[in-house]
Design a protein around this ligand. Structure first.
Ligand code: GDP
Ligand code: MG
Length: 299
């Protein structure tokens, strides 16, 4: 007898730096394929799709998944954070095993207010050498709310993630899948290309350019088997532009090469990538600019 299919929405939330992005990447695995087809009825912007066994988990795009910034970006994030939660079938709240902060409490309050079951994923347990010290930590966390489940994990090492998936699946409603088995996200290719470029910048220059960059895709066209992409990297200050470009353009070239390789893998085509750097002072405080950059919450 075959099991009934399940399909539903899960949100991954948590204060910055607890490991949400790492967790999502590991849950989704390395495979990347883009969907062109949009199902008629998705209640949320779906960032990642995990199909396993008879179940399909639709991970909702929650703010904080792409890093954060101050000012307008933060306002957007906060608004979208509370907007993304109502209507999800289950919330996965990620915490760091060793520190419960005010921000965690705020996230928890928002989770509880959503009315959805809340699974607490206690992350970074790989850093806990002594199992005897972990147990009281877990007990303390378990007492903070009526959690649907509490699962210690290591997002980085991929530890205990199956147990977390099992807990998520338990709360999904029965119903047909909204996506095909091999689909992974409904974000546009352009969006993902911009994210790849942003990721390269953050990886290389995260300390020097915290939150100060955005990427705009100016051109995306295919010609004789080659995809031509032009992108502008927006920074807030002249000094940041100089850092990003590097000596005689060396840093930007390096960035471009790495980004191009990943984009070629993503779209399975040869890519010609041109990168530009522009100073747009105060962009992070300009909500309209944010919307044009794709940080829109649809309002
Ligand atoms: P986010 O801000 O919640 O999305 O957090 P990230 O996924 O960006 O992770 C923040 C930092 O914590 C990164 O340096 C990760 O490598 C690290 N990290 C995430 N998960 C784990 C984990 O399970 N163990 C350890 N040791 N580090 C982790
Ligand atoms: Mg993140």
């Amino acid at each position: 007898m075959s099991k009934k299919r399940r399909c539903g929405y899960a949100a991954i939330v948590g204060r910055p730096n607890v490991g949400k992005s790492t967790l999502l990447n590991h849950l989704l695995g390395q495979k990347l394929s883009i969907t062109s087809r949009k199902p008629q009825t998705t209640r949320h912007q779906v960032l990642g799709i995990k199909t396993r066994g008879s179940s399909q988990i639709l991970f909702v795009d929650t703010p904080g998944m792409h890093g954060g910034a101050k000012k307008a970006l933060n306002r957007y994030m906060n608004r979208a954070a509370s907007a993304a939660l109502p209507g999800v079938d289950v919330v996965v709240m990620v915490v760091d095993r060793n520190a419960w902060r005010d921000d965690d409490q705020r996230v928890l309050d928002a989770c509880l207010a959503s009315g959805a079951p809340v699974i607490l994923a206690v992350n970074k347990v790989d850093l806990e050498e002594n199992p005897n010290t972990l147990l009281p930590v877990l007990e303390d966390l378990a007492g903070r709310a009526d959690f649907a489940a509490l699962v210690p994990v290591s997002a980085l090492r991929g530890k205990n993630l199956e147990a977390l998936e099992d807990a998520i699946v338990e709360h999904l409603p029965e119903g047909d899948w909204l996506f095909a088995e091999d689909e992974l996200t409904d974000r546009s290719t352009r969006f993902l290309v911009a994210e790849i470029i942003r990721e390269k910048i953050m990886r290389q220059l995260g300390d020097e350019l915290p939150y100060a960059t955005a990427v705009e895709i100016d051109e995306y066209r295919e010609e004789r088997g080659i995809t031509h992409i032009s992108a502008t990297i927006l920074v807030e200050r002249k000094g940041q532009k100089a850092i990003l470009i590097g000596r005689q353009g060396s840093r930007l070239r390096q960035l471009g090469t790495e980004a191009r390789r990943d984009i070629e893998k993503l779209i399975e085509a040869r890519v010609m990538l041109r990168l530009w750097v522009k100073v747009r002072s105060g962009w992070a405080d300009d909500e309209r600019a944010l919307r044009s950059l794709g940080y829109s919450d649809g309002r």
